[in-house]
Design a protein. Structure first.
Length: 143
């Protein structure tokens, strides 16, 4: 089996009966399903139940479901949610675009963005090369 990686990390919230095995059984189910447990957090306790977040690495998207099914198959354990950490990181975007040139008026804005940017986008080829000694990338242009 391929090695689980943080690129397919998940956090699974599960509710289990409050007993001596309430964290051990779900954690073992993750390992038995081939996942790598990276964190276990108790998020709620009661006299008869405990809710835990199990954070673990999987091999791929299908493996995330295999891990969730393994925990859900435990007697008395219910899976409340399964979150794919990679998708959650992208919620709302993860990059910010900051202009490298000053935009002082509408003409500047028109040159930097639509329609000016459309002309540049049409000229960009799918190749991307790194300029030696620079921290920026240069897109090759087709004529």
């Amino acid at each position: 089996m391929p090695t689980p990686s943080p690129g397919f990390a998940l956090t699974l919230r599960a509710e289990a009966p409050a007993d001596a095995a309430s964290t051990r059984r779900p954690a073992a189910a993750v390992g038995d399903a081939g996942g790598v447990l990276t964190a276990l957090d108790v998020v709620e306790t009661g006299t008869d139940h405990i809710v835990v977040d199990l954070t673990c690495d999987a091999v791929d998207s299908d493996h995330i479901q295999v891990i969730a099914d393994a925990v859900a198959a435990l007697d008395g354990v219910g899976v409340r949610t399964v979150g794919d950490a990679t998708f959650l990181m992208h919620t709302g975007g993860k990059l910010e675009v900051v202009p490298r040139v000053e935009l002082n008026n509408r003409d500047d804005l028109s040159r930097a963005y639509t329609p000016g940017v459309a002309r540049v986008c049409r000229a960009i080829s799918p190749t991307l090369t790194r300029t030696p000694g620079k921290s920026t990338y240069v897109l090759g242009c087709e004529k």
